[in-house]
Structures are given as C-alpha cells and as structure tokens.
Design a protein. Structure first.
Length: 384
C-alpha cells in the first residue's frame, strides 16, 4: 500500500530537485530610474516583484534573476541600452518600458533578436500594430485606447469645442488622435492641438493660448513629474475655474500627492481606478500597501500583470521558456486576472479591457462609471 505513495513522493521530489537545478529565468528590466518617469518605472518593478513574491519567488519552479538598465526615457540611447540586456546579460525576457519612443526601439530589437518582450506601460500604437510579433506582448494599453475613452467621456459630458495639449511624441500624438476620433464621433470637435517637446514643462505660453481660445474643455496627455506640474500650472493660471481639464488617467495617477488641491474634481479615463471593490484588487492593494507603505497605481498593476503573463507562459512550458510556440499559445488563450478587472489579449497581444471614468476625490482617482466596456485597440497594420 505504502509503496506506490512512496514512489510518487520520490518522483515529485525528483521533479522539484530537477526544477531547482535548472538555472534561473533571467528577467531584464529596462525602465526609467531617472528623469520625469522615474517613479513610474519604480512602480512597475514593485508590481512585477509582488506577483513573483506571491508565487514564493519562483515561476514554474524556476528562480527569477533580475537584471536592470536605466533607460532614462531617452530614445537616442534605447538601442544601446536594450542590447545590454540582450547581448551582454543574455536575458530570457525583457520587461520594459514606460516611454513610447524608447519602447519602439526595444520592439525592433526584440523582433531582430527574437528575445521575448513584455511591455508593462509604453503605449506606442505600432508595438501592437505594424511592429507586432509573436514574441512581443503588452500588459498595459495602446496610446489610442485611453485617448479614445477620454473622448467618449468628454462627448458624454456635452462638451463641443476642445483643445488638446500634449508632449509631441508617439504617446501624446496617438492619445490625442484617439481623443479626437471619439470626441468627433460624439458630436464634438478638437479646434486646436498644442504641443511641446518631451519632457519640457514650460507650459505658460500654451496656457495663455488656451485662455484666449476659450474651449469648452481641454484634453491633456502628460504623465509623471510633468503631469504633476501641468495640473498645478493649469490651476495657478486660473483656468481650472473656467475650463474643465480632462485627460487619460495618467494625468492624475501616482501624482495626486504632488498635485494637491489643483487636481480636485478632475475627471479622467483609464483602465484602472482606486477603489475597484473586488477581492482581487483589494488583496493586491493591501499587500502592496503593507510591503511599501505606499498605495499602488496603474503602473504597479501593469507590472504585476506582466509577471502574470510570464507565469502563464512558463507554466504552459514547464518552465522552458525556449518553447516559444507553446508559451505564446498559452498567453494568447489566457484571461489575465488583473487588479483592474479580468481581460484577454487581442490577436496583436494588446489588452482588450474596460476603461473607467474616474474623478479625483482627496488622494484617490475614484471610479464613478465606465467610459467604454471591453475596448480593443484597432491594431492597424498588425500582420502576424
Ligand atoms: C508612453 O510614452 O507611452 C507613456 C508614458 C507615460 C504614461 C503613458 C504612456 O503614463
């Protein structure tokens, strides 16, 4: 009677020993550690590590070894930086980054080398458009998506004339496009687009222009330290009292402490919100807060989900990340059980997800409704 049990136990022990004998999976974080997006990179890393820690520090029985490169959100250094992870460190998977311009270079390098790339923020439409590939997966959004959701939200509020303002690079341009598309479908019109180069924060001349145009609403794309300053400057210029400021939720996520009273009452659209009252989100937030003495934000959620995606691929391949087809097939079929709510990945590997309407109350982006349910990115130009 005891013999089969003992044999099974011995087999299980052998399997565990085998797993432990295998080298760790090398995860290369390419994220901003300095500059205007530094805090965003930090939240992504914290979120990723939280998920791995919740699995006991291993995925599919394999230890995880981390490598790190500070990309400085600088596209001109991106190819050199990503090659440090691909060629020097020979990582199994790259996780990064925040900035769309940097991420575009990473996607090209991933396509050339075949290295697995999981994008935990950067929304560049092309990554799940013309640059889409089996080995490139995104756990965040495409720039078009939150822009589009904000356009739906603004049109529903009855605004007719909008001014858009954003940093003049892929993220700003593409979220501005998404906004204009939905806003005009809803009967509004973007009468002017104002831009400044990333990561400039000299907003004064543009705020003066907004005051002269007197639109019904202003749509903005800024994030991180730049978003903190823009919202404060908008208020200090006296515009908050007369022209409502809306945005994709990056405008107020992770920066409410810095924005203080200037952000109160602002409405934004995003695929995450504070106070999503589900067991999944509550457990995630509690664990995060206890570990870091800090509330998580959308960036932490995207990092957490990047680790979930990696875990699913590894589980399907018994930890053998070189079994690329099986890895990708499992990820394509998965439902990501995210703190933001469950979602699937499109054929282009971008989240198909809900976009919430959020309102700033105190130190929270409180969910007050849904702008668009189950919004896929159009994935224009993706052939795979
Ligand atoms: C981007 O560059 O794609 C980007 C950066 C920061 C955000 C969102 C998008 O918060």
């Amino acid at each position: 009677m005891l013999k089969p049990v003992l044999a099974a136990l011995a087999l299980a022990a052998a399997a565990t020993a085998h797993a432990q004998n295998r080298p760790p999976i090398k995860v290369g974080f390419m994220l901003p550690a300095t500059g205007t997006f530094a805090a965003l990179g930090d939240m992504i890393e914290k979120g990723f590590k939280q998920y791995v820690d919740e699995q006991g520090g291993t995925l599919a029985g394999r230890q995880i070894q981390y490598f790190k490169v500070d990309d400085e959100s600088d596209p001109s250094k991106a190819t050199d930086n990503v090659n440090k992870l691909i060629k020097r460190d020979q990582v199994d998977v790259i996780v990064g980054t925040v900035h769309s311009g940097v991420a575009l270079a990473m996607a090209r390098a991933a396509r050339e080398s075949g290295t697995l790339l999981i994008v935990p923020n950067a929304g560049a439409d092309a990554i799940t458009g013309p640059l889409c590939a089996p080995n490139i997966i995104r756990s965040s959004f495409s720039n078009w998506q939150p822009g589009y959701a904000a356009g739906v939200m603004a049109a529903q509020k009855g605004y007719k004339r909008a001014v858009s303002i954003y940093w003049n690079y892929a993220a700003g341009q593409e979220s501005g496009k998404g906004f204009a598309e939905a806003f005009s479908k809803g009967g509004g019109q973007v009468v002017k687009e104002l831009t400044l180069p990333f990561p400039n924060v000299e907003f004064q001349a543009l705020l003066t222009e907004i005051a002269a145009i007197k639109p019904d609403v202003v749509f903005a794309f800024f994030a991180g330290a730049g978003a903190a300053k823009f919202v404060k400057d908008y208020d200090a210029a006296g515009l908050k009292r007369t022209i409502p400021l809306v945005g994709s939720g990056f405008l107020t996520d992770g920066v409410l402490e810095a924005q203080g009273a200037s952000a109160q009452g602002m409405m934004t659209a995003l695929h995450y919100a504070d106070g999503i009252d589900t067991p999944r989100n509550n457990a995630f937030r509690t664990k995060f807060a206890v570990t870091h003495k800090l509330n998580p934000d959308v960036y932490a959620v995207q990092g957490y989900d990047a680790a979930q995606i990696l875990a699913t691929g590894l589980a399907a391949t018994q930890g053998d990340i070189t079994k690329r087809d099986a890895f990708v097939a499992a990820v394509r079929k998965m439902t990501v059980d995210s703190p933001r709510g469950k979602y699937t990945l499109s054929a282009a590997h971008n989240p198909v997800q809900d976009f919430y309407v959020r309102e700033v109350k105190g130190r929270e982006n409180v969910m007050t409704g849904t702008a668009v349910k189950v919004l896929p990115d159009p994935a224009r130009g993706c052939r795979m």
